[in-house]
Design a protein around this ligand. Structure first.
Ligand code: NAP
Length: 310
């Protein structure tokens, strides 16, 4: 089958090539991939040049049911979150990392859900009740920021989103500011994913005993903190590390929640870039260089493959 293979080269992180068919374990189905989305963290892994096979967010059709009888039947439309190898015509996915799709949700829409949607949902769960809370969200232009803003405002939060491309975030109910310095605090909760100078700047806007959830470092610049700066406001504050994979609730269960919210019109994936999978390497460059708003979704089409071959 065809699949996107890692190159280890920064100018073209993946190329289409041949790969052996997946060999599913008894608790895995084989999904024929119709669409997938790409994530910043996957770029970081590809740049590390370890040979890791990319692809954690897929949507498509089950072409082989699980041998142990769990999960969806052959032919079911699904969205899934495999640990790797999903940028391919087919991928094995554990049945507890899948949710079935209703007809109303397209594969392209569903492919934008897994990593960014699970992260936003679990950030909200980690934060606890946000009804009435003032929340500062940095790095808000991507998939996580759009999902979190829609979910948190629906739950009663007042969200201030840091984004240079925040038109849709404003429609979703956020107050949008271009940088952390422009955010008018104080905030009960800060969600920080950019690192560098932004984390201490955002921390300074936290209320006394407030919480900062640290979930990324998009700038790739480590953070320096001054103990004494806490006395200027966020005294006795909590800084909490967050990884979406640390969840007691299976991915499939949370994916089913996200699908239900989308199908009922309460969650709207923001797909700022939609291309054919033969363009994946250039989409990865666009994402790395901050030219994508929301999620980037690639469609797996045999036609484009054939055209590339001629
Ligand atoms: N901890 C976890 O479990 C987990 C899970 C998923 C994602 N993440 C992280 O969460 C963040 C958001 O994910 P996503 O998929 O929504 O990401 P994304 O689409 O790549 O968006 C990244 C955001 O970071 C900002 N950004 C990028 N480079 C920056 C820089 N040098 N300085 C300041 N801001 C910068 C972008 O702002 P502009 O609009 O200005 O470019 C954008 O708002 C990422 O850092 C990602 O790695 C963490």
């Amino acid at each position: 089958m065809k699949a996107l293979q890692p190159t280890g080269r920064g100018d073209e992180l993946v190329v289409l090539g041949d790969r052996a068919e997946p060999e599913p374990r008894p608790d895995e189905v084989v999904v024929e991939v119709e669409a997938f989305s790409v994530n910043r963290g996957e770029i970081f892994k590809l740049e590390a040049g370890t040979g890791w096979l990319p692809g954690k967010d897929v949507a498509g059709r089950v072409v082989r049911a699980a041998a142990d009888g769990s999960g969806p039947r052959e032919g079911a439309r699904v969205v899934g979150h495999p640990p790797a190898a999903g940028w391919a015509e087919r991928v094995a996915v554990r049945t507890d990392a899948l949710a079935e799709l209703p007809d109303a949700v397209s594969a392209q829409t569903a492919a934008a859900l897994p990593l960014a949607g699970l992260t936003a949902l679990r950030l909200l769960r980690t934060a606890g009740s946000v009804a009435g809370a003032r929340v500062l969200l940095t790095g808000a232009s991507g998939g996580v920021g759009h999902y979190f803003t829609e979910l948190a405002t629906a739950a009663g939060a007042q969200v201030t989103a840091v984004s240079r491309r925040g038109g849709r975030l404003a429609e979703l109910g956020a107050q949008v500011v271009p940088d952390v310095a422009s955010a008018e605090g104080a905030f009960d909760l800060v969600l920080e994913s950019t690192g560098g100078a932004n984390l201490p700047a955002a921390l300074a806007k936290l209320v006394r005993r407030g919480t900062l959830i640290w979930f990324g470092q998009a700038s790739r610049t480590p953070v320096t903190l001054d103990f004494f700066s806490f006395f200027d406001g966020p005294e006795s504050g909590t800084i909490r590390h967050f990884h979406y994979a640390d969840s007691d609730i299976p991915d499939g269960t949370d994916l089913a929640t996200l699908v239900r919210l989308v199908a009922s019109g309460r969650l709207h994936p923001e797909i700022g870039c939609s291309r054919d999978w033969t363009d994946t390497a250039s989409v990865l460059s666009d994402l790395r260089d901050r030219r994508v708003r929301g999620n980037a979704v690639l469609t797996v089409s045999a036609e484009a493959l054939a055209a590339t071959a001629t």
